[in-house]
Ligand binder design. Structure first.
Ligand SMILES: [Zn+2]
Length: 298
């Protein structure tokens, strides 16, 4: 008997149990200081004018309630992925994230950076404090990932191998420096970076599949990928499914919880209906993330 995809959020634990998994590792979850989070949600309330599509945020809840939702879903490990939209903000976000992760073993201590003179200093500090994942947002940050101010940061992260979730595709909105061009050049200079390309690089899926095939440590996260919402705006060409299947060990579950316009279960159902099989799903939903972050099944 084959496993049915989850019908709704309450059905999610049944789904991963039937797949034989101890839970989920979600590499793309955000927790931000309340004031910043409120601004992000405000922006999405107005999504129609920014993106041409309504974006009814599904989980606009207080922090503790959001943690409970993830716990009930069985998300055993997740980051907080802060990101600055201007200089002078990253160090403060990193302090908040460190505090948030302390005493919450399910939280992957996260940090971020921005091209500014202090970046190498606060990135070194974050690494000393045991940060496990960085987030970079090329479109919201509005900077070029090749900015020379970031050279010492990339060099250091190439050395440490710390995963960096980077939103660098041109969806849902084009940025001055988004797209595969700058990233291809960055990887030529720092080929050992442990990058996690957010949203599978949408809508430039094909170019980012190229990079994941070419570079051993380049991964892809599934955030919003293959959902009804994304397929309407940025459809994935089914002809590339065999490549996605072959990249089984480099695709990681990501969701963008809590700022998603559909229930969490829909992301899982969307991956399920790709038809890549249960072994692929086990790798994506648990094994790859568990290996990357050293998460033990408990
Ligand atoms: Zn995100």
């Amino acid at each position: 008997m084959s496993t049915e995809p989850p019908a709704d959020d309450s059905d999610v634990p049944r789904y991963w149990r039937e797949l034989g998994l101890p839970g989920l590792v979600d590499v793309h979850v955000h927790f931000l200081p309340d004031r910043v989070q409120a601004k992000v949600w405000q922006f999405f309330e107005d999504a129609e004018s920014h993106y041409g599509a309504a974006w009814p945020v599904q989980y606009p809840l207080p922090i503790e309630e959001r943690l409970t939702v993830l716990d009930r879903l069985g998300v055993r490990a997740f980051p907080t992925l802060p990101y600055p939209h201007r200089p002078g903000m990253a160090a403060w976000l990193n302090d908040w994230s460190a505090e948030f992760a302390a005493g919450r073993p399910q939280v992957l201590h996260s940090a971020t950076f921005y091209p500014e003179p202090e970046a190498p200093v606060y990135v070194a500090e974050a690494l000393e404090r045991g940060v496990r994942i960085f987030k970079v947002h090329v479109q919201v940050g509005g900077f070029d990932p090749r900015d020379p101010a970031l050279d010492p940061v990339w060099a250091r992260l190439e050395e440490t191998g710390t995963p960096v979730v980077i939103h660098c595709g041109s969806g849902p909105r084009v940025g001055e420096h988004t797209g595969p061009g700058p990233m291809a050049e960055l990887l030529e200079r720092y080929p050992r970076l442990q990058l996690v390309i957010a949203h599978l690089g949408m809508p430039e899926y094909r170019d980012f599949l190229d990079l994941a095939e070419r570079y051993e440590r380049v991964h892809l996260d599934t955030t919003m990928f293959a959902t009804d919402f994304t397929e309407r705006l940025m459809p994935f060409d089914a002809a590339d499914l065999p490549r996605l299947a072959a990249l089984e060990s480099k695709v990681l579950l990501g969701t963008d919880f809590p700022t998603i316009p559909y229930p969490y279960a829909h992301q899982l159902a969307a991956l399920h209906r790709l038809g890549l099989g249960e072994e692929w799903l086990r790798a994506v939903l648990w094994e790859n993330g568990a290996r990357l972050f050293g998460i033990a099944a408990s």
